[in-house]
Design a binder for this molecule. Structure first.
Ligand SMILES: [Fe+2]
Ligand SMILES: [Fe+2]
Length: 338
């Protein structure tokens, strides 16, 4: 069974070849009880990381960053394309990132079946949800106030996205820790790049704020995953292989996801090269994959696949980049239609 429905191979969100190999080599621990026991064994780490997170993350209020003074009544002055001040590509990126944040109810539900309401993990997931909640609110407030999206289309797409839902379909809870580590880091990069390339100081500041939150979430998940690696590296290597070979942002049900993700890839907000260099490689390095010892044959096999992954992603990135360059040259040679 495929874990995640994938987008275009050009966007950098998944590895098709890897996915096929996964089916051949999966010897995963599909035993939920064993996976849950493993998570229970790192409960002290979860508590510590959550306390550190509360200390480290500075509380912020989205209303401080929205240029409310530029807002106008949509009933009297309906939105038109010419209202937008950001480039179409940046608007595409911000709307895609916003719709991804809108799917928060599904992210909240991820860990719920695996923990009691009073457990450390449940407490963390409520805190995480509360913090994530501000991201969509903040981005929506910015886009609507500055008229940088069609408000009707945005609401229709939010409805379609949340109605379609998102179900990670992970093999065990261990996959979820690997996934959230990668996903939070990827989201941090994507938000930060979208803001930095926006040519708007306000968008830049707001997206940097949100990206900083994603970084704090990433540190939590990376830390828990590191503790799980200490407990059972072989099982975790297999979980990580499953996740990274099928990695996709949790937005594939968003209308026009492939087209939008491709647009983001083209302007360097998130693409295969960024995925390899800024997400996969740092993750493998931080969990010190090449130093793990006493692995089972399945663990060794997963490690080999994982260590080869950054170079494979770069090879695919080079193909994508060469194709983009060729297309750009072709466009230059073709006179624009009058
Ligand atoms: Fe977020
Ligand atoms: Fe986050």
């Amino acid at each position: 069974m495929r874990l995640i429905t994938c987008a275009s191979s050009e966007t950098g969100f998944f590895g098709e070849q890897g996915a096929n190999r996964l089916f051949e080599t999966r010897h995963a621990v599909s035993n939920h009880a064993q996976a849950n026991e493993l998570v229970a064994s790192v409960d002290d780490t979860i508590k510590t990381l959550m306390a550190e997170h509360r200390e480290r993350r500075s509380h912020w209020y989205f209303h401080d960053f929205i240029p409310w003074e530029s807002g106008r009544n949509y009933a009297d002055q309906p939105w038109q394309e010419s209202d937008a001040t950001l480039s179409p590509e940046i608007r595409t990126a911000l709307v895609l990132n916003l719709l991804t944040e809108d799917n928060l109810p599904y992210y909240y539900s991820l860990f719920q079946p695996y923990c009691d309401a009073d457990s450390s993990l449940a407490k963390w997931s409520r805190l995480w949800t509360a913090e994530e909640g501000q991201h969509a609110i903040a981005m929506r407030a910015y886009l609507l106030t500055t008229r940088n999206c069609d408000p009707r289309a945005l609401e229709d797409e939010r409805m379609a996205t949340v109605e379609a839902g998102w179900f990670g379909n992970f093999t065990t809870i261990l996959d979820m820790f690997c996934y959230t580590s990668a996903q939070e880091l990827a989201t941090r990069v994507s938000h930060r790049n979208a803001g930095a390339k926006s040519d708007c100081e306000i968008a830049h500041t707001l997206m940097s704020k949100i990206a900083a939150d994603e970084n704090h979430h990433f540190l939590f998940y990376r830390g828990v995953t590191a503790a799980l690696f200490d407990q059972n590296p072989s099982v975790m290597l297999q979980a990580l292989q499953r996740v990274l070979e099928n990695f996709a942002m949790p937005g594939t049900a968003i209308p026009g996801f492939q087209r939008r993700a491709l647009s983001m890839a083209r302007i360097g907000i998130y693409n295969l090269r960024i995925h390899s260099e800024n997400v996969v490689e740092p993750l493998l390095r931080s969990w010190k994959l090449d130093g793990l010892t006493d692995l089972t044959p399945e663990g060794e096999a997963s490690r080999d696949v994982l260590l080869a992954m950054p170079a494979e992603l770069i090879e695919r990135a080079e193909i994508f980049e060469a194709r983009q360059e060729k297309m750009a040259k072709r466009r230059q040679r073709t006179p624009a239609a009058v």
